[in-house]
Design a protein around this ligand. Structure first.
Ligand code: ACM
Ligand code: ZN
Length: 766
């Protein structure tokens, strides 16, 4: 029997006794690193040796990788004899230690040789990545002597990409797979189907791609502002992958130890499929392929229609032919089942199957599909909604609405994958929205990803074994290009890679931060378009109405470097004052701050404007209360940013905002300004108008006019509008502002007819 031991190494003749400063900077952090004295230098005689014919391709991969990282390009040779003579040193460690298991590896670097060993090709692939990183951190062609033992904490280390909302070309998928293996991630969850596009060729149902892959091009509008009723337009947006392309991508991934799990959504998120084959919906209506947001998602597959199940089995049969993955993801999220409640076929099904409600009908639907997948030797994965109405027998739960789904699944002895939107949604902002590309919302900075613990505390040791691992999700409603996708994924994937690979007790933010510097060097060399958002400053203020000052503190999660700031409106440089602690700002100013390292500003400069005006600290009352979630202070001297969650905004839902400001005593005033935010994607709209009135006693009011909204709700990016009342020359104590809410989200908006928000962050009186 062939030994279950693989050996693979390169070797060189003479070591040179000059030791460079060694830098070990590997992400994810290996299990054990033991430094030795000396170093290995690549030379003209260095060879890559491999033991077994089956390793030749891997040896070639290693050569290509190391040529890229070190510039060295040597020979590859198969070891002909177990006993090597001359300068070769051979050390067989056999069978490769049990602790290395199926993905682990060992590396030994001496001044003569580099040995790599593993039980599997997968382990060797990871050993090659570790050497890549060692090469990147050290003078080219020199490796520090050391012993590394390494293996992953979790067997499921995933990255998801939604190619339905925005299509990502095959070239980018290849690139992403290379970037994944560099981070030792081993599952690519390919979200191929959604309302806004069907992206996978299915031979038996060609209309899925000839119709379902294309939608009217409304890329100039905000995702949530795209009308549902499509206008006839010549321009179409879309794309899909042919089966041939997919097979090549799947093979390319497998060569990098990456399993591709296809996600074929059902029963909801399938308007693209139903545009092609409307007969599989309850109503039979063709609503087209929507170009933007649809909410709630009611147009779904009919659970009472046998032909819909035949269609899905046919589709899945072709899917299984393309994707050898043991896991097939069937979505299952966010189905609004109101159509099922009305549909005679669905009602009939509930009766014959003795199902009490539509949740149980969804469970029936999922179980039918699961039976089919299981009969074909596959295991089904679904989003955590599949817990509702009863879990299918063998299903794996992907927990995204927090950790509860994963916890419930593990307690039911089902495997679970953790992808909570609190830590793993890479479509969320990672820095200050004022300087970040427009995103769907949320805020998950690098440090938060790094802090994620995939095994919930609530689980017992035995239950915790059902947690297969974790995954980052990259939804692309607001991500139109591969470059933007990379920006959202990196470096957050580095943080997640360490979460899922490295032992928990080695998790150390400061050390990770140090290693990030080299990771960025690697990204630069690889041409990865990554975010430096972790190097932003956060300017925090605390009003002190007694002293009429604001106390400013500046924070950063930046791993290294120092904060420099200004208060004169100019951009800081590395010779501006260094921030050492909180300070008081007692007159209006703009504070700007940046994180500098080695003379360079590492991220964007953040600016915050403070206005110490006459309503600063004044008593304000609200005729209609604001929402407790969005309860910013309107008299703290701070204007809000375009991020509606920055803490500065006060939100009013469905109603006008009526604000009475009491200046405490008769006060001479010249101008009144109030701001408002529009982020129509988040159902926040500019007020229709602002009305301003003044009073000496709070009883008799005098109007000073009204200012109208001048913007369309369809403008694609969040914006701030100032409503100003100037040249007043008044002596008053009370100011009343009425901001007129439009009431409901407009026709054609995703939230059409639902209550609209207005957001206000400051009332400035001068
Ligand atoms: C999801 O984010 N709807 C799974
Ligand atoms: Zn139906």
């Amino acid at each position: 029997m062939k030994k279950n031991c693989l050996l693979f190494f390169f070797t060189f003749t003479v070591s040179i006794a000059v030791f460079s400063q060694t830098v070990i900077s590997i992400i994810p952090q290996p299990v054990k690193i033991e430094m030795k004295s000396g170093e290995f230098r690549f030379g003209p005689e260095t060879k890559i040796m491999y033991m077994d014919e089956s390793l030749m391709q891997l040896a070639q991969y290693a050569r290509q990788q190391w040529k890229f990282w070190s510039g060295w390009d040597g020979e590859i040779q198969q070891i002909k004899h177990e006993k090597l003579e001359g300068n070769f040193v051979l050390q067989i460690i056999q069978p490769a230690e049990k602790e290395l298991s199926t993905e682990g590896y060992g590396i030994e670097i001496t001044s003569q040789n580099v040995f790599l060993r593993s039980n599997t090709q997968a382990g060797l692939i990871y050993a090659i990545q570790t050497l890549n990183q060692l090469m990147s951190a050290n003078p080219s062609q020199v490796l520090p002597a050391c012993i590394i033992i390494d293996y992953p904490r979790f067997r499921y280390r995933g990255l998801h990409l939604d190619v339905a909302r925005h299509f990502m070309p095959a070239d980018f998928i290849y690139r992403l797979l290379d970037e994944m293996v560099f981070h030792k991630m081993n599952v690519f969850h390919w979200h191929l189907v959604d309302d806004q596009g069907w992206r996978l060729e299915i031979e038996k149902y060609p209309k899925l791609t000839s119709i379902g892959a294309w939608r009217p091009d409304m890329e100039d509008l905000d995702w949530n502002a795209r009308p549902l009723q499509c206008q006839p337009t010549q321009e179409m947006y879309g794309g899909f992958y042919t089966q041939d392309e997919v097979r090549k991508i799947v093979k390319y991934a497998a060569d990098r130890n990456i399993t591709i799990i296809p996600e074929i959504e059902m029963p909801a998120h399938v308007m693209s499929a139903l545009a092609a084959y409307p007969q599989f919906s309850c109503s039979g209506k063709n609503l087209g392929v929507p170009s933007g947001s649809v909410w709630p998602i009611t147009h779904i597959y009919c659970a009472g229609n046998d032909s819909a199940f035949i269609f899905l089995r046919d589709v899945l049969t072709e899917v299984m032919e393309m994707f050898p993955s043991i896991y097939i993801h069937i979505g299952g999220d966010e189905a609004d089942k109101s159509e099922w409640n009305k549909c005679p076929k669905c009602q009939q099904r509930m009766q014959t199957e003795n199902l009490k409600n539509v949740d149980e009908l969804q469970s029936y639907f999922v179980q039918c599909i699961e039976k089919f997948l299981n009969a074909n030797g596959r295991i089904m994965i679904g989003w955590d909604e599949i817990l509702e109405g009863g879990l299918a027998p063998n299903v794996v739960v992907m927990s995204w609405r927090g950790e509860e789904g994963g916890i419930a699944a593990a307690r039911l002895k089902h495997n679970a994958i953790m992808t909570p939107a609190s830590h793993c949604y890479f479509d969320y902002y990672q820095g200050d929205p004022a300087v970040e590309p427009l995103s769907i919302g949320g805020y998950i900075p690098l440090k938060r990803v790094y802090s994620y613990e995939p095994v919930p505390q609530e689980l017992s040791l035995e239950e915790s074994h059902y947690i297969l691992g974790a995954q980052a999700n990259t939804w692309t409603e607001y991500i139109r290009t591969p470059q933007h996708a990379e920006y959202m994924i990196f470096p957050r994937l580095a943080a997640l890679a360490e979460v899922v690979w490295s032992p928990n007790n080695l998790r150390n933010w400061e050390d990770f931060s140090r290693r990030l510097e080299n990771q960025f060097k690697c990204y630069d060399k690889l041409g990865i378009y990554y975010a430096r958002s972790a190097f932003q400053a956060r300017i925090i203020s605390q009003p002190d109405s007694v002293r009429r000052c604001v106390e400013i503190s500046i924070e950063t999660e930046a791993p290294y470097g120092e904060i420099h700031y200004t208060t004169n409106g100019k951009d800081p440089t590395d010779s501006s004052p260094v921030y050492t602690g909180p300070f008081a700002l007692c007159e209006s100013a703009t504070v700007k701050a940046g994180v500098f390292h080695g003379g360079k500003c590492m991220g964007a400069i953040i600016a915050k404007k403070f206005s110490l005006h006459k309503a600063f600290g004044a008593k304000m009352t609200f005729q209609i209360p604001s929402a407790s979630r969005y309860n910013g202070n309107l008299g703290d001297g701070v204007w809000g940013s375009t991020n509606y969650r920055d803490g500065n905004w006060k939100g009013f839902l469905g109603d006008d905002a009526i604000i009475i400001i009491d200046l405490g005593k008769p006060t001479k005033i010249r101008s009144i300004k109030v701001d408002a935010l529009q982020a129509s994607g988040s159902w926040i709209f500019f007020p229709e108008k602002a009305i301003c009135e003044l009073s000496k006693d709070g009883k008799e009011w005098k109007s000073v006019g009204e200012k109208m909204n001048e913007h369309s709700w369809q403008e694609p990016v969040p914006a701030i509008q100032l409503f100003g009342f100037e040249n007043l020359r008044e002596n008053v104590r009370f100011v009343r502002l009425k901001m007129k809410n439009r009431g409901t989200c407009p026709l054609g908006h995703a939230g059409e007819g639902q209550p609209a928000w207005i957001f206000i962050s400051e009332v400035e009186i001068l």
